[in-house]
Design a protein around this ligand. Structure first.
Ligand SMILES: *[C@@H]1O[C@H](CO)[C@@H](O)[C@H](O)[C@H]1NC(C)=O
Ligand SMILES: *[C@@H]1O[C@H](CO)[C@@H](O)[C@H](O)[C@H]1NC(C)=O
Length: 408
């Protein structure tokens, strides 16, 4: 783990460096000095306070310039760290037993018993802390430089996905928030350092599952399912996803992990509603089987348009299939029954204090009817880090980290 601040020697060296490079800090120091020289009685304390401000700003500069890489997260409940806590929506995970295994033991808004995928990625890249939700009032000052999480449970590629959750942050809004974030950081550390922070950052985006579960298949004869047959619907959402990824690149993303959907038909919620003997729902499996390869295809196309491996496909489907086909091999007693829920497979309704709750969360692949357990999340991130090309295309995160550290 990194300390919050690097040591004081580096700080002093940096402070000298920034006198040359940054007019902003130079001007601040000049005005500090004029406070020193002009008045007498108040001078010492005011000047002291002023230098503390300069010192603080230089620390920000230090971290922006050469410290850890920032991390930004976009998408749905699989990666939401708590933005929906601040919204009037029913898509939330801010009450027990969510968070029962989180370090504080409290619900945070993560759809997990403990940590989620972004948390484990933050650890893997050596971040000082997990990304805060963008709407969290504590995401201010120096903490902005760690990155931010813009994800919002319930959203999808399409604007009409998750409409039943009313007030959620749709993907276009998430991208607008990222632009707003960049302006805020620019006011702190200047435009050049902001650009290098953004372009040096790691980005994760997780979309698509809800466009099936909370749109096309939400109700029988849904509007979208009357409009499109499944293959055409997949083509449509993939073409919309391509625009979103292109926009992400336009506003600065240079290393983007793009997850596919899991095996949608095998989650406890679908088993509960659609399965006769515990087999996965064929229809939802067909959706995932159409979506995932086309996602890899647009990633190939975008990378070749850009001329660089900006986008990296994460084969979450295969990662989940591994647990599902041989749960014991991964230390799970089941991959069909959710730890928290009720009814068949604990897959009906929401996970609440009134639900069945398994005593040992670490032996369940699914925490609630839709979301992986903390331990499943940790196994997924291990594959993101060091998986072979069957899991990570065109390369895994360890390779990215090694390549990018050579660049600097
Ligand atoms: C979704 O809404 C945004 C504006 O909020 C718009 O720019 C975009 O084109 C919409 N997407 C679709 C697929 O209609
Ligand atoms: C992924 O990462 C590991 C290091 O952890 C490396 O040995 C391996 O070759 C990588 N695989 C691919 C396909 O890049």
């Amino acid at each position: 783990m990194h300390g919050h601040y690097n040591n004081i020697y580096q700080l002093n060296i940096y402070l000298c460096g920034c006198l040359n490079s940054s007019h902003y800090i130079y001007n601040l120091i000049s005005s500090c000095s004029s406070i020193f020289s002009s008045s007498k009685s108040m001078a010492t304390s005011m000047a002291l306070a002023c230098y503390i401000v300069v010192l603080g700003i230089s620390m920000l500069g230090l971290r922006g310039a050469e410290a850890q890489r920032a991390f930004f997260v976009f998408g749905d409940s699989l990666v939401d760290n708590g933005n929906n806590n601040y919204l009037a929506t029913s898509a939330r995970a801010d009450s027990p037993p969510y968070g029962i295994d989180y370090p504080t033991g409290r619900a945070t808004g993560r759809f997990s018993n403990g940590l989620n995928i972004p948390d484990f990625i933050s650890q893997a890249i050596g971040a000082s802390e997990s990304t805060l939700p963008y709407l969290d009032p504590e995401l201010n000052g120096e903490r902005l430089l760690v990155g931010a999480n813009f994800a919002s449970a319930g959203i999808g590629i399409l604007n009409d996905t998750g409409i039943q959750f009313v007030n959620i942050i749709r993907i276009f809004r998430q991208l607008q928030y990222w632009e707003e974030y960049q302006q805020r950081v620019s006011a702190l550390i200047g435009p050049e350092q902001t650009q290098s922070l953004i372009e040096g950052a790691l980005v994760l985006i997780t979309l698509g599952g809800n466009d099936f579960v909370n749109n096309y298949y939400l109700v029988p004869y849904s509007a979208r399912s009357r409009q499109y047959n499944l293959p055409d619907y997949v083509k449509y959402i993939i073409s919309e996803y391509k625009k979103i990824l292109r926009r992400l690149y336009e506003i600065g993303a240079r290393r983007v992990l793009v997850t596919g959907t899991g095996p949608l038909g095998c989650v406890p919620a679908e088993l509960a509603q659609r399965s006769v003997n515990g087999e996965c729902s064929a229809e939802l499996q067909r959706a995932a089987a159409l979506f995932n390869p086309q996602l890899v295809q647009i990633i190939r196309e975008l990378n070749s348009e850009i001329g660089s491996d900006v986008f990296v496909a994460v084969n979450t489907q295969q990662m989940h299939v591994d647990f599902i086909s041989n749960p014991q091999r991964y230390g799970f007693v089941t991959s069909k029954v959710a730890c928290c829920g009720q009814g068949r497979y604990n897959g009906i309704g929401l996970c609440t204090v009134a639900s069945n709750l398994c005593p040992d969360r670490s032996v369940y692949a699914f925490w609630d009817p839709f979301h992986p357990s903390e331990r499943a999340n940790s196994l997924i991130v291990q594959q993101i880090l060091s998986g072979t090309s069957d899991y990570m295309y065109p390369m895994n995160l360890s390779t990215i980290l090694a390549m990018d550290s050579k660049k600097n």
